[in-house]
Design a protein around this ligand. Structure first.
Ligand code: ATP
Length: 145
């Protein structure tokens, strides 16, 4: 079975102690984090920086040490089943300014609970839950919303 590997980032932004997460509206209709295929010679972190920049225009993201999670899913492309693994990092944006590429039709910065509701897939909601708990534990953010 064809196998695909991508890397992506849960991008967050802090405003007055509150955390907002960046979600992208994919052309196919789902809401997800920024991600994309790993190109030859790239480390996962290289892919994440490139994809976040290409898809949202956000540069200079800061990686939160110690957070690295995977999701796995199957999808169909031209009648063929594809198995995909996406590795997610947790990264902070310095500014909420977003410039979308043609690949997406919208974006939202959302607080935790709203982001959980907006995300399309259960596996991504679980990753966001882990990311939010990680930030509460390690970055001293408030346990709210
Ligand atoms: P990439 O952003 O990695 O280049 P892509 O835009 O080509 O990927 P995906 O976002 O992986 O493609 O979407 C391909 C298919 O997988 C779509 O049908 C989508 O609905 C489905 N899909 C996307 N994310 C998930 C997920 N987290 N769980 C299950 N299915 C998903």
């Amino acid at each position: 079975m064809p196998f695909e590997k991508s890397a992506g980032a849960i991008v967050f932004w802090r405003k007055k102690g509150e955390i907002y997460y960046l979600l992208l509206h994919y052309e196919m209709g789902h809401w997800e984090f920024a991600k994309g295929n790993i190109e030859k010679g790239e480390t996962l972190e290289d892919t994440v920086k490139r994809e976040v920049k290409e898809e949202s225009g956000i540069e200079n993201i800061k990686f939160v040490d110690g957070f690295k999670e995977h999701i796995k899913y199957f999808y169909k492309l031209k009648g063929k089943n594809i198995f995909k693994i996406v590795t997610f990092f947790l990264t902070e944006a310095k500014s909420p300014k977003v410039k979308l590429s043609w690949e997406h039709k919208g974006f939202k910065w959302l607080p935790y609970q709203k982001a959980i509701e907006q995300l399309t897939f259960k596996n991504s909601k679980e990753i966001l839950k882990k990311a939010n708990e990680f930030l509460i534990k390690h970055e001293n953010i408030k346990k709210t919303r």
